[in-house]
Design a protein around this ligand. Structure first.
Ligand code: UD1
Length: 375
């Protein structure tokens, strides 16, 4: 076979956290002299301007070659729709491999279709484990890793997790964190907070004040009335000490309204915003005194930025952010949240250090490896 022949890699994105991961991979594949070239497929799992289009624009991701437009649905419906609509595209393109990132429903759906057709599957961000099967993402991670041919990891602990599940080490390559590639490339381009607030017609000004940033969208935190009410209650009371900004995911907005919690938030020192684009959120994240979140990616981004993070979950699949970074896990227990918050207010919190290979070059390492690996 001609080793200079161009090889198409069918790259999959579906939901918001996928976009930050695929951006540097596509850019690296498109750089000069590469054997592999991307064909970009968006499943349409996330479709709103704020959940999709603004990420593509801000991160310079080319418009997808195909959009399956699956939209929202139960896990079964969404996963099945992606699978059904993905199969004919895979047949038509006949790529050298399918590359999936992260742990969303689109990730497992496309990996499963490809694996059963004998098309090699590449998984970026493999081996992360929360060991909590109540999280839909954990099921997606375990299954995707089992059926992947090549597994790229972001931290060394991932290999131990994979070995325990019988994945051979020679399929696993530690390359670092592509999301941090995106962060490093964009941190100076972050949109100033004042601009985001004025665009949203919000008079509050956070330029000369310390503030906290909240993000929350996990079903375990937002779907249940008792859990969500308790979290909102704790956060509104903390906002008396430190004003907070809270861009609200559509899922969370729905439950806040359903459970009648909007009034309590609006009376507090929490400023609500619609979901933000990547550069908009970064403008707040890099200046925050503390970030309170249940996101996976934000635990890593705050570690890379050196900003203290309180994680509103019982566990994390990204332990390096605890051991080396700025992250503290507290779950949804009010006392633990308040203790971690008080500690940050009085000591400034963990300073941490940036983990190995979170250096802005993970995507380059991936593409260099693929250029040799792909048949
Ligand atoms: C998904 C991922 C999660 C990721 C999150 C980031 C899975 C299992 N979960 O969760 O890992 O952290 O994305 O946002 O894949 N909606 C809109 N507009 C959109 C998209 C969604 O309004 O563009 C609303 C719909 O009401 C939808 C709900 O948000 O039902 C949930 O969307 P979905 O994609 O099912 O899951 P997320 O909670 O976003």
């Amino acid at each position: 076979m001609d080793s200079t022949e161009n090889k198409e890699i069918l790259c999959i994105v579906g939901a918001r956290p996928n976009f930050t991961k695929i951006a540097p991979i596509i850019a690296a594949m498109k750089s000069k002299g590469k054997r592999v070239s991307p064909y970009l497929l968006h499943t349409g799992q996330h479709y709103d301007e704020a959940m999709k289009a603004s990420f593509f624009k801000q991160l310079g991701i080319p418009e997808p070659d195909v959009d399956l437009e699956v939209g929202s649905g139960s896990h079964a419906v969404q996963t099945a729709d992606v699978m059904k609509k993905f199969e004919p595209v895979l047949d038509e393109r006949n790529p050298a491999a399918v590359l999936v990132v992260g742990d969303v429903n689109s990730t497992i759906a496309c990996a499963l279709v490809a694996a059963k057709k004998g098309v090699p599957v590449i998984h970026v961000e493999s081996g992360l484990r929360s060991y909590d099967r109540g999280m839909p993402e954990e099921i997606n991670r375990v299954l995707t890793d089992q059926i992947s041919d090549l597994l790229f990891t972001t931290e060394r602990s991932a290999l131990d997790n994979l070995k325990k599940e019988g994945v051979e080490s020679d399929r696993v390559v530690f390359v670092g964190n592509v999301m941090i590639d995106t962060l490093m490339k964009n941190v100076e381009k972050a949109i100033p907070m004042a601009q985001t607030l004025s665009d949203a017609n919000i008079a509050a000004n956070f330029e000369n004040t310390e503030f906290g940033l909240i993000t929350m969208h996990r079903p375990s935190n937002v779907d249940d009335e008792v859990v969500l009410s308790s979290l909102i209650n704790t956060l509104t009371s903390l906002s008396e000490q430190l004003p907070m900004i809270f861009p609200v995911h559509p899922r969370t907005r729905g439950y806040i309204e359903k459970y009648g919690l909007l009034d309590e938030i609006e009376k507090s020192n929490i400023t609500l915003l619609p979901p933000l684009g990547y550069l908009h959120l970064l403008g707040f994240m890099k200046k925050a005194k503390v970030v309170l979140t249940d996101s996976g990616g934000i635990q890593e981004e705050t570690t890379a930025l050196g900003v203290p993070c309180i994680t509103l979950r019982e566990n994390t699949e990204r332990p390096i952010t605890i051991v080396e970074g700025t992250n503290t896990i507290v779950g949804s227990d009010p006392e633990k949240i308040i203790n971690a918050f008080d500690d940050i207010m009085s000591t400034g919190g963990k300073t941490g250090c940036v983990p190995e290979y979170w250096d802005g070059k993970a995507a380059e390492r991936i593409v260099e490896y693929l250029d040799d690996w792909v048949k």
